[in-house]
Design a binder for this molecule. Structure first.
Ligand code: NAG
Length: 349
């Protein structure tokens, strides 16, 4: 499970000396509390934003546009999302330089109300992604519990860091109902994803595009879940880089994995594919994947499925890939097609 960082109250750092109220109405409010749709709407004059425990009504989505945000401290609280047919994201951060400390707070997606094993391909409409990060910032210490489908989408536009996040969709393993519950889907550059834990039923960490992504994430399913997964028709990957086969403007470059612990139990333990939406097809050549590195602490990948433990299906992959710190076991033998001239050195797979 995740190791939550020691709780540090940041309020002192952020409280403003300008906070004393005046009658002119021009001074900033010191701390604004988000506990309703209305209170989240305009935070532009708040020095600090604190998220309280509350329920988001059906049909509403929340967009937070403020730099300094933390969840209410001292209590195990949650923002609870009422069942909705809104399309998602249900909660979004969209500000540059956000400094968000969740203080162990939970975002409750009420996944069991949606989960029908069909994911985003059919059945009950499922808002997705559940939580989205745009803008930029540091985001730490919160829990995503039971996302209807994909949990976290990262579409940040400047250097950003995601740490000590727990995506807990473990309940979705029951009869394979929680399909497409990706942990992190990343289409961004200069992202550090570190010290997080994901329990889910699809990609743990999927990189769709981006450069300079540093990942240190623990993706885990308890052993007892393997059996359940064998009854599931949906895919389960560990980590994946996926690029549409017809993409012409996508670059995935400079991805470094350090000390990840990945267990997959259906499809590939680790997959790089330029054939998406297929895993292995006719890879596109209009996109570029380069400089994929496993360094530092060993990244372990284990898989129990009848797919290769590592798959690489490249139409245009380049660079020298140091995989010295990858230790991948289980599944079938690796299947590597490196068209484009990339070379892999080191690694066990
Ligand atoms: C969240 O909402 C669901 C359904 O609306 C409810 O069953 C559950 O008890 C709520 N949880 C919390 C912690 O308020």
């Amino acid at each position: 499970m995740q190791s939550l960082v020691a709780f540090v109250t940041l309020a002192a750092l952020f409280s403003s000396s300008l906070a004393s109220p005046t009658k002119t109405g021009t001074a900033k409010r010191a701390t604004c509390t988000v506990d309703s749709v209305a209170s989240a709407a305009d935070l532009s004059d708040c020095t600090d934003v604190e998220i309280a425990a509350w329920s988001v009504p059906s049909g509403d989505v929340i967009k937070i546009q403020s730099h300094h945000v933390q969840a209410a401290s001292g209590a195990v609280g949650s923002v609870n999302f009422t069942f909705t047919d809104a399309s998602g994201p249900l909660w979004e951060f969209d500000t540059d330089n956000v400094d968000f400390n969740g203080n162990g707070f939970s975002f409750l997606g009420n996944g069991p109300l949606y989960w029908d094993g069909l994911g985003t391909d059919g059945g009950v409409p499922k808002p997705h992604p559940f939580v989205k990060f745009e803008g930029s910032g540091t985001f730490t210490n919160f829990i995503i519990k039971d996302s209807p489908a994909q949990a976290i989408s990262i579409g940040t536009t400047a250097a950003s860091t995601f740490t000590d996040i727990l995506v807990d969709n473990l309940d979705g393993t029951t009869d394979g109902l929680g399909a497409n519950t990706d942990g992190f889907d990343v289409s961004a550059s200069d992202v550090t994803i570190s010290g997080n834990t994901v329990f889910n039923q699809d990609d743990c960490l999927a990189i769709n595009s981006g450069t300079n992504i540093l990942s240190k994430t623990t993706c885990a399913l308890a052993d007892t879940c393997y059996y359940l997964w064998q009854h599931c028709v949906e895919s389960m990957y560990g980590m994946r880089i996926k690029v549409d086969s017809d993409a012409t403007d996508a670059t995935v470059s400079g991805i470094t994995y350090i000390g990840n612990s990945i267990s997959a139990n259906d499809k590939y333990g680790y997959l790089i594919s330029q054939s998406y939406s297929e895993d292995f097809g006719t890879p596109g050549t209009g996109s570029l994947v380069e400089d994929i590195t496993f360094s530092g602490a060993t990244t372990t990948v284990t898989t129990t499925g009848s797919f290769p433990v590592v798959g690489v299906d490249c139409g245009n992959c380049q660079g020298t890939w140091d995989w010295g710190s990858l230790d991948a076991t289980g599944g079938e033998a690796a299947d590597i097609i490196l068209t484009g001239g990339a070379k892999i050195s080191g690694g066990t797979f």
